[in-house]
Write a protein that binds this ligand. Structure first.
Ligand SMILES: Cc1ncc(COP(=O)(O)O)c(C=O)c1O
Length: 396
């Protein structure tokens, strides 16, 4: 029997209270070392702790780590040893996982937009599970991975996530069944449905309307004679960026309770956490390059860092993900600052609509620690925009 959210609350002897989490271990490491360029410091033990916490709440659901969040070899190796499965977006990610010991049957090819040659490569490597949301994609899979299992990705309405993933991926309700029918005609095995609730969904209650939408299609498909046995609930598990979120075990158990209520007896459930698994296991060591005011009566100072949108902090786009910062001057009074990256591109401004409180004495050369940014930073960092090197990664 699956443990429920209530079981976990009791077992952990905690009420459903948010926790605040930052790793002093990584901060101590950064303060004890010099870095000549922006560097992401990863604590692989923290990844393991988070995996174990999420797994405890997810119960029988398989974790397929979304490799795109952070493809560091040490993370993949540790997760292979822990028995994790993987969600790969490309041939490169598949090769990485295989080279580090992941078995092909634990890897799903979850991108709905794939190159035919990469499908053929995955098929030849023994990968049997693929995502699709369009006719052409099913035709490609049928041609290059004949007989494969496919799940249909659904478009779902925005749930209130901080980093929504609506629109680009998924098919709408009126096409889902037709795609499953086509998959069957093409000799594929349409085994289930997938969706993504939106990245950084801070409250498990925000899953409810999405799960309702998916359950309605699941029932329609079952009534139409499709024997679905796989529900892929995607990612969305949150990381701590300063706003309260539940403990990962409680969060995952609360999601699974809601899944169980709507999909009773579904044989296979898979979850694809990326951010929720690795964000809190990494911090970036960065440096202030310049503090200035544009005029003498400016209320806000401009703080230019040696890292920006093109060297790892792409998720500051629209100020969607708001990182937390630590400096050696955090005992000083603070004032509002506009934060910007170092490149000669005026789009490289991190936070302006909502300025960030920074110490009044902050100056060029000061170290800045950017907390809980182990997800979607090194993988977003450009190769060398403006000649700045990509974000370095070190493992403690
Ligand atoms: C198919 C798929 N699964 C999982 C994830 C991971 O999502 P998250 O980082 O919110 O856990 C993503 C993120 O883009 C995704 O596209």
């Amino acid at each position: 029997m699956n443990a429920t959210f209530a079981d976990f609350s009791a077992a952990l002897a905690v009420s459903y209270q948010p926790v605040t989490r930052t790793s002093t271990r990584i901060e101590d490491y950064i303060r004890a070392h010099e870095f000549g360029r922006p560097t992401l410091v990863l604590d692989i033990d923290a990844v393991e702790a988070q995996y174990t916490a999420l797994k405890a709440g997810l119960g029988r659901a398989d974790i397929h780590y979304a490799v795109k969040a952070n493809p560091a070899r040490e993370i993949i190796e540790r997760l292979v040893n822990l028995g994790s499965h993987f969600d790969a977006a490309s041939r490169g990610e598949i090769e990485l996982c295989l080279s580090l010991g992941a078995r092909p049957e634990t890897i799903s090819f979850g991108n709905t937009v794939k190159r035919p040659a990469d499908i053929a490569f995955a098929h030849a490597s023994g990968i049997t599970l693929y995502a699709a949301d369009a006719e052409e994609e099913l035709e490609k899979i049928a041609a290059h991975a004949p007989g494969a299992e496919v799940y249909i990705r659904l478009i779902v309405e925005a749930s209130g996530a901080d980093w929504p993933l609506t629109r680009k991926f998924g098919t709408s309700r009126d096409k889902a069944l037709a795609l499953m029918g086509l998959a069957r005609e093409l000799g594929l095995r349409p085994v289930g449905l997938s969706f993504h609730v939106g990245s950084q969904t801070r409250d498990p209650a925000m899953w409810e309307s999405t799960l309702d939408q998916v359950a309605a299609i699941w029932i329609e498909a079952r009534d139409a004679g499709f024997a679905l046995d796989l529900l892929n609930i995607g990612g969305g598990f949150p990381a701590f960026y300063g706003e309260d979120i539940p403990h990962p075990t409680l969060y995952a158990a609360a999601v699974m309770d809601r899944v169980a209520a709507r999909f009773p007896g579904v044989p296979r459930v898979m979850a694809e956490p990326g951010r929720g698994l690795v964000a809190e296991a990494g911090m970036i060591a960065a440096e202030v390059l310049l503090v200035s005011r544009k005029s003498d009566d400016d209320l806000c100072r401009w703080v230019y860092l040696d890292i920006g949108k093109f060297s790892g902090l792409a998720e500051t786009m629209d100020e969607a993900i708001r990182y937390q910062f630590a400096t050696d001057r955090d005992h000083e009074g603070t004032g509002p600052c506009i934060l910007a990256g170092p490149s000669c591109d005026s789009a490289d401004v991190l936070y302006e609509k909502r300025p960030v409180a920074m110490p009044l004495g902050l100056k060029a050369g000061d170290r800045i620690i950017i907390r809980n940014c182990g997800a979607y930073t090194s993988s977003y960092s450009s190769v060398g925009f403006n000649g700045f090197p990509p974000l370095d990664v070190v493992v403690m």
